[in-house]
Each structure stands twice: as structure tokens, then as C-alpha cells.
Design a protein around this ligand. Structure first.
Ligand SMILES: *Cc1c(COP(=O)(O)O)cnc(C)c1O
Length: 228
């Protein structure tokens, strides 16, 4: 079941990339395993999946030691300051740096631990008040202090678009993230190659707009039992 789902998703990713004139190798699949147990991660791993996404540090701490050692883990949830010390050694990429304050905490603790974590900046492209993430204007106003943090390797941007009825309707939000990335790259002369955008319902639209990381959960593992 999981192996079949992965085959289908990878196929759809390849087709979407080709349609957009991109190489399928330029888009990585993050299998979002939150709420699912280690058996399902083993199953996905045996089907060739290496990269997994978790949104809670506590849950990931319990799960990672029971999962294949060669799996790599991405943190995609809202990161609390008191979880940073546990999170840094576990995750290869943190997708969700959403305030200057949490970036400062990561900078300080990474310094203490001798680490240089790779991160993405989460952008709330539609400026929804209910959502985590920098508004595009807020990000422009703090990008300089963020880029000055020598312990953070800022690799790009991440977004979760507002709910839409058709996947295609999410495209303008994905486009907005890419445009913002392009502006920041030009103005600050930095490389921000990664765009983490697209989930089960809209990853093809995200790939059409330049996603390099898609975060897919339910289309691989089925519905989540517990509400996150
Ligand atoms: C849960 C989650 C996903 C995966 O959502 P699906 O709709 O199940 O694919 C992707 N990104 C984030 C940030 C999530 O929390």
C-alpha cells in the first residue's frame, strides 16, 4: 500500500516536473510521517523513501531511534524555543523558522552545541493572522539580521498556502513565494535555492511554480488518526 502510493506520487512528481520543463531530480519528496508509527516508516524506507518529515519534536524523539538509521529527518512544524536543543541534532533541515526570536534561540544553542543547522524561513504568503510564518513585508524587514546569524545556514523559504478549493488556485501563493525568494536573492546577494511548498492536495501545482521540496503525508500514509 505505502510502496504503491510512493510509486504513484513519484510518478506524478516526475510528470509535473517534466511539464514545467524541470528535471525530476530537482524536486525532493519529504514523506510526512507525523502520527504514524515506525512500522510505516520502515515500509516506506524499504520502498526507497529516505527523507521523512515530522512536526513535533517529542514525537520525533520517540520515533527516530526506532526507525532505519539511514533515514533523514526534516522538521516541518512550529518549533518552540524549549525544544530547540533536542531538535538540532535530530533534523537535517528545519523548514519552519517563523520568527526572529526563534532564529536567535537556534543561533545561540547551535553555537553552544557546535552545530550549523540548515533552515528555511517560513512565509505566510497570504498574511493570514491565524498562521505561523513571516509576512512577506515582515521578512524583508528582518532578513538582514537573519542573514547575519553565522550559525544558521539559511537555504530557502517554505510556505503553507491558505485553503483553496482547487489545487490550481494555490498556484498564485506558490508563485508569490518564488517571487519573494527571487527578490531576496537579488537584493541581498544570497543563494536561497530551496522552496518547500506543496502537500498531498497541491504538490503538482507547487512543482509547476518551482518547488524543490514537497511535503506529502496523507497521499502516502493514508489519513492521520489523531488530529495534530
Ligand atoms: C501535515 C503537514 C503536511 C502534509 O500534509 P498532507 O496534506 O497530509 O500531505 C505538509 N506540511 C506541513 C507543514 C504539515 O504540517
Amino acid at each position: 500500500m505505502i510502496a504503491e502510493n510512493l510509486d504513484i506520487i513519484r510518478d506524478r512528481m516526475r510528470v509535473a516536473a517534466e511539464k514545467a520543463g524541470r528535471s525530476a531530480n530537482d524536486v525532493r519528496l519529504v514523506a510526512v510521517s507525523k502520527t504514524h508509527g515506525p512500522e510505516m516508516i520502515h515500509e516506506a524506507f524499504h520502498a526507497g523513501q529516505r527523507c521523512f518529515g515530522e512536526s513535533r519534536v517529542q514525537e520525533a524523539r520517540a520515533k527516530i531511534p526506532q526507525s532505519p538509521g539511514a533515514a533523514s529527518w526534516h522538521f516541518i512544524g512550529h518549533l518552540q524555543a524549549n525544544k530547540v536543543r533536542h531538535a538540532l541534532p535530530l533534523f537535517e533541515l528545519i523548514h519552519s523558522v517563523d520568527t526572529l526570536e526563534i532564529a536567535q534561540v537556534i543561533q545561540r544553542i547551535a553555537g553552544e552545541m557546535g552545530l550549523r543547522p540548515a533552515v528555511l524561513l517560513e512565509v505566510n504568503v497570504a498574511g493570514e493572522s491565524s498562521k505561523f510564518g513571516f509576512s512577506p513585508d515582515a521578512l524583508k524587514s528582518v532578513i538582514e539580521p537573519l542573514l547575519a546569524m553565522d550559525r544558521l545556514e539559511i537555504r530557502g523559504l517554505m510556505t503553507i498556502p491558505p485553503p483553496v478549493s482547487q489545487p490550481e488556485d494555490a498556484r498564485p501563493f506558490f508563485q508569490r513565494l518564488r517571487d519573494l525568494r527571487d527578490v531576496l536573492q537579488d537584493e541581498y546577494c544570497v543563494g536561497l535555492p530551496e522552496l518547500s511548498m506543496g502537500m498531498s492536495s497541491d504538490f503538482e501545482a507547487a512543482i509547476a511554480e518551482g518547488a524543490t521540496l514537497v511535503r506529502v503525508g496523507s497521499a502516502i500514509f493514508g489519513e492521520r488518526q489523531a488530529k495534530e
